[in-house]
Ligand binder design. Structure first.
Ligand SMILES: C[S@@+](CC[C@H](N)C(=O)[O-])C[C@H]1O[C@@H](n2cnc3c(N)ncnc32)[C@H](O)[C@@H]1O
Length: 269
């Protein structure tokens, strides 16, 4: 039932879609404040088996694939000493990784769900890192206030992507970077390219990382299945397996057949 709802969300009116996503993330953070669950993305794995392995401390190993997605996204700019904002920070694991490993001056995570923000502020205590409730389409930040905006797997929930891109451009300082990753159906991915091209920012890099996401979903499948079995009631299992895109789910198959594409972009103001 929920699965059908996820897949149908894009056909709904933009404002209804947005509100349903908000309720879903509120429900997850309020009902499941599971400490070890701090990421909600599909992850990234290099395809080249000879690629250098990202060095992580033992406490971060379990989140390797989610972190590798953030690492890849953040590789578009050197964040050291900068003011960085993540829009759609979820349960805060990504912002925490950026703050601890990439050493920005400040790192602010913003999310629509106040429950997720409360969870993140409780869970991640790192110097310079904070979380606050806010809306991607109406950011409560001054003009030209930040050096970098990061956005990972969140924008598919928004009512108007053009409004979000205008907000990103407004809050960035001149020369600032927008580091962005998300998935879309095949046709919508073409539209997204067009929207970014006309966003007023310069598109420096566009990469199709669908195969990396599929690889991550495969490598992390067993661990995720075990976590889902451990924490969620029977009646929600199927929905969570689909939400997490485990092997065999519609989302996993969508990526594998390339009916759904996962893209990474670097833009500059
Ligand atoms: C799939 S989760 C990704 C979270 C995080 N980026 C990660 O990779 O772990 C999407 C997040 O976007 C947030 N979100 C959705 N619509 C939003 C909006 N209009 N403004 C801010 N955040 C939003 C949701 O509350 C949710 O936490």
């Amino acid at each position: 039932m929920l699965t059908k709802l996820f897949l149908a969300l894009n056909q709904l009116s933009p404002n209804i879609k947005r509100e349903l996503w908000r309720q879903w993330y509120q429900f997850l953070a309020g009902r499941y404040p599971i400490q070890e669950w701090t990421f909600m993305n599909y992850g990234y794995a290099p395809l080249d088996s000879q690629a250098a392995r990202l060095a992580l401390s033992p406490q971060d190993e379990a989140d390797r694939y989610f972190i590798q997605l953030y690492h890849h996204v953040a590789s578009g700019a050197d964040l050291a000493g900068l003011d960085v904002v993540e829009v759609g920070s979820g349960r805060g694991g990504g912002a925490s990784y950026v703050a601890r490993y990439l050493k920005p001056k400040t790192m602010l995570g913003i999310d629509f769900s106040e429950q997720a923000v409360r969870f993140s502020n409780r869970q991640h205590r790192v110097a310079g890192l904070s979380f606050s409730q806010g809306d991607a389409e109406n950011l409560s930040l001054d003009d030209a206030h930040v050096d970098v905006v990061i956005n990972v797997e969140s924008s598919h929930c928004y009512a108007s992507i053009e409004t979000f891109f205008r907000e990103v451009q407004r809050v960035l300082r001149p020369g600032g970077y927008f580091l962005y990753a998300d998935f879309r159906g095949k046709e919508d991915a073409t539209l997204l390219h067009h929207q970014l091209h006309h966003s007023g920012m310069t598109l420096l890099q566009e990469q199709d990382v669908t195969a990396n996401v599929v690889r991550s979903l495969e490598l992390d499948n067993e661990r995720k299945q075990a976590l889902i079995q451990r924490y969620f009631p029977k009646w929600l299992l199927r929905s969570f397996q689909d939400f997490a895109a485990v092997k065999g789910s519609k989302i996993y198959e969508g990526f594998r057949s390339r009916q759904m594409l996962y893209k990474y972009y670097v833009l500059q103001k």
